[in-house]
Design a protein around this ligand. Sequence first.
Ligand code: AVJ
Length: 313
Amino acid sequence: MSTEYQEVSTSTALLDDVLEGLRHPQKSLPSKYFYDNKGSELFEKICGLDEYYLTRTELNIKENNIRDITAALDKHVQLIELGSGSSLKTRLLLDHLEELHSYVPVDISEEFLQNEARNLQEEYPNLTIEPVAADYTKPFDLPESPDEVKKVFYFPGSTIGNFTRENATDFIRLISNLIDNDGGLLIGFDLIKDEEKLIAAYDDSKGVTAAFNKNILIRINRELNADFDLDQFHHKAIFNEEENRIEMHLESLIDQTVTISGEKIFFEKGETIHTENSHKYSLSSFREMTSSVFSNVQTWMDDEQLFAIQFLS
Ligand code: AVJ
């Protein structure tokens, strides 16, 4: 696929997806559109917040178990990271994996991806880095590798939480189909815990998550010629007990009409746009999704059992 084609298809996809989401009775926007340049930056900020325990906990688990984890992955690996972001959390793996064949960061935010790949290449001059700008929720091409190289997909950060359980199951199956030569999937997911701690993580005191959530409206204003008034929408994080997930919403503070590429959308006061799901799992509910495609599972967790990393093969 040529880059040009991809860019054109990305902006029409944005318009289609945005209008589609806003036509439903419960308005929604796909969370993958958070990650323009500004959104990717804001997300990196979130990762450093006290309340956002996920990033540092996952990193601690990795640090404490790095030998076991890299031993599970084995040698001659092509490490394919889905949603690589700043690759910050990948350095530890890159430092410890033996005879790594190559590192393939895949990210939807092209500019961010290329910048990070360049920075990483300076730090790791001998590493083969092959960035792929793609929406990994859709089929995408991977760089060629010799048959004896093992594909290990790396999906950290509880990004799997963004999928509904059904979509997560499909996604895991899709990934397993891409693993030909006894590779595997190294994945991080967030565990069910008390509601207060969850809400704090998604409604932080500095308002960074609120800015992250609202940034999707700024993006739509810019890229789709829209006129969302940012002061008339309010960030909300709620815990949906039935689904075991945090939901982020943007609540309309007044009755208002917004125009997006010429189409008028009405918002009633109090009505929300559902912008993100962040599903939380138990080890058993997660295993339910993976057991039909991966027979082996190794698990690493922190002492408080806030977060889990698994290698599935
Ligand atoms: C990147 C999807 C893992 O759900 O915790 C952080 C995104 N949203 N704060 C998450 C996010 C609000 C994050 N993931």
